[in-house]
Ligand binder design. Structure first.
Ligand code: V47
Length: 357
């Protein structure tokens, strides 16, 4: 077996990691060396740029047919904390962003028991009618697989309907952890790993780019994380359709796995760096500031991240309900520029497709 020093040297020379070496590096390399390697790779891909966008989230409902143990967001319809926006309320939220210069709306929510794919196509059309220049990045693969299956359509037929309505990209959520035994324990009734890959692979075939995520820091081992990243790397080799990878740290407030606790910031930085090193074919690694908090996000820029997501404007509740520091997450463009400059990089506004604005 190779030592971490030998592996680090071959990574620095541009060699691709295999699972065994990735595990050794993850377990044994010091934090500074992982940072150095990941930063080198980041610079080779995006130089001194760090990307952000002007975006908001739309979360139409927190009712959900699935009951994932890590989720702090879902409510039953009897709960006073449940919401289920009418189409008029959705339009009202969207109208609030007219003239604000946003370029992307990220639409995700619970998997609603009754709303079907035609309802969501109508929602996308109404959003686009109000904000025609804004890109709709919509629905996790799990929401998509469910609405498509319920309608009796093939994945391709379902995605084509949504694309015709104006869907331009697919967010990375719902991936959780791909290992089927761990998935069975943390989200037993949720859509499967195979469904997640089917939706993303099919979307890529139709020319739609997507993001990918990994929920880490719960009951999974490093082997499961490496396996997850390797499965994504294989998809990306085949399709080149993944824009960004986003490691999502398990936040433990208000869900049924709370006793697990949260991993350290050091663990977050190691996970970011290893994601950059294993996913040598994914251009962007996103440090989602809403989930990490602003301080960790700043440090993440030294560990291979080249994207910090967007302005958000207090429009998402997934992480505030799970215990994130920012209970009303918003970040101004000025704050983003300052954060990025403090780390010695250049903040670049991008659109959903990573065109510079
Ligand atoms: O799939 C839910 C995660 C995801 C918790 O594509 C949790 O640009 C941690 O995917 N602790 C949804 N994570 C969010 C998501 C996302 C976010 C930002 C940008 C993009 C993108 C995608 O949130 C879910 C799940 O993995 N999640 N509960 C929790 N307690």
């Amino acid at each position: 077996m190779r030592t971490w020093e030998q592996i680090a040297a071959s990574v620095a020379a541009g060699e691709r990691l295999n699972s065994t070496d990735a595990l050794t590096l993850w377990r044994e390399a010091p934090l500074w060396r992982l940072g150095e390697l990941a930063l080198e790779r980041k610079k080779a891909v995006s130089g001194d740029k760090v990307f952000y966008n002007k975006n908001f989230h739309l979360e139409p409902t927190n009712l959900c047919v699935f009951n994932c143990k890590f989720c702090s967001f879902r409510r039953t319809k009897e709960s006073p904390e449940a919401w289920d926006l009418t189409m008029e309320q959705v339009e009202q939220v969207v109208r609030g962003y007219e003239g604000k210069g946003v370029t992307e709306v990220h639409i995700v929510g619970g998997v609603h028991p009754h709303h079907d794919i035609y309802y969501y196509c109508d929602m996308i059309r109404r959003v686009k009618a109000i904000l025609p220049e804004v890109a709709v990045k919509a629905f996790t693969a799990i929401e998509l697989a469910y609405m498509i299956r319920q309608a009796g359509l093939s994945t391709e037929e379902g995605l084509r309907l949504l694309i015709d309505a104006g869907m331009e990209a697919i967010p990375g959520g719902g991936a959780e952890i791909f290992d089927e035994t761990i998935r069975q324990q943390i989200c037993p009734d949720k859509g499967s790993t195979a469904e997640w890959f089917d939706v993303h692979r099919t979307a890529h075939g139709l020319g739609i780019k997507s993001n990918a995520t990994m929920l880490y820091g719960h009951i999974e081992s490093l082997e499961h994380r490496v396996d997850h990243l390797m499965r994504l790397r294989e998809l990306q080799d085949a399709t080149h359709g993944i824009n960004a990878f986003i490691p999502l740290k398990y936040r433990n407030f208000g869900n049924s796995m709370s006793e697990i606790g949260e991993v350290s910031v050091v663990e977050d930085l190691r996970t970011l760096a290893m994601s950059r090193l294993i996913l040598d074919n994914v251009p962007h690694i996103k440090a989602y500031w809403v989930m990490y908090g602003k301080q960790t996000t700043e440090m993440a820029l030294a560990f291979g991240a080249d994207d910090i997501d967007g302005t958000i404007d207090d429009s998402t509740k997934i992480y505030s309900m799970a215990g994130a520091d920012d209970q009303r997450p918003r970040m101004s463009v000025g704050e983003m520029h300052d954060m990025v400059a403090r780390m010695g990089f250049r903040a670049i506004e991008r659109d959903t497709h990573y065109n510079e604005i």
